[in-house]
Design a binder for this molecule. Sequence first.
Ligand code: PLP
Length: 383
Amino acid sequence: MQDKIWLSSPHMGGNEQKYVNQAFEANWVAPLGPNVDGFEEDLETFLNDDNVKVAALSAGTAALHLALIECDVKYGDEVICQSMTFSASANPITYCGATPIFIDSERDTWNMCPVALREAIEDRISNGKKPKAILVVHLYGMPAKMDEILKIAEEYDIPVIEDAAEALGSAYKGKACGTFGRFGILSFNGNKIITTSGGGALVCHTQEDKDKAVFLSTQARDNAPHYQHSHIGYNYRMSNIVAGVGRGQMEVLNDRVEARRKMHGFYIELFNDIEGVEVFSEPSGDYFSNHWLSAIIVNPEITGKTREYLRLAFLEDNIESRPLWKPMHLQPVFAEAPYYGTNVSEKLFDNGLCLPSGSNLSDEDRLRIAMVIKKTFLQINHI
Ligand SMILES: *Cc1c(COP(=O)(O)O)cnc(C)c1O
């Protein structure tokens, strides 16, 4: 069996260990220390937004939970959420005892459809409940239609939480994804564009919002010599060891974005002469995707092959590929949740496939990938 080609695997830069060793040498083996501060500063610099304040946390999911709490989401509330996403976007809504209201995708960016968003807000308000927040996702690194979404959010005065877990290094009209909403969240899980093995961050716009996130993430301890609490706390802070990995990864983030975008270019070229396959790409120059994952839509009527056929062909050659995120409104666990839209995300899910996209793939890996694709769609058995 040939070596496995992964969809997206960790890619260390080399200096991660140096920062981790510094933490050991100074005995900063705790959920605070110079690496946590340094990693937050690196992220603030990278996001390049004047007043952005970043809190490093144990996971992107934890960051979403804290963002919702800071938006005052409570038991019985409703929160608007993009349907086509990873379940970690929606789960924290239920941690708060709130109900997710799912919104369909639009066809250009596969993200939240502004038309369905407006319809949902108006309908929820007419039912007597104004949504407490709008949770928008930049799927696979592709920026959502932020101008339209922010305009609607402003009109109805609802805060936006941006799930940029997959979009570190992406930008919309030159502004970094994660910096548009009242809060943004990032993830450094093992398969993301950079990784700390596991970790996340909350992007805030005031020191007060960041301080509150740090307070809540470290068990909400009041200022007293004994342990005094007037809030429910969480254990969500990032450890200084993990942050050391993050500092090393930040040194290579721009290279990683470039490599992922090159993989996307590789697929564009490869599918250029294959009719009936669309490579997920930026709709215009306003969008800059990190192309965390490259994805395609297969039209079985034109190609004569389903995305599942291609997935199994890859599998046979020990190459990992994966269907797109199954929309949340189709998930058994969210069967009761309201949904607004048509069937855009369902169709994307039926025909979409994520392809190997790692920044560490070799020319040899690309050759194997190309071979399977050419065999599947062009019946060509050699390159
Ligand atoms: C990875 C991911 C998350 C969760 O991040 P973790 O750090 O794994 O908790 C949330 N939303 C999206 C869209 C993701 O891809």
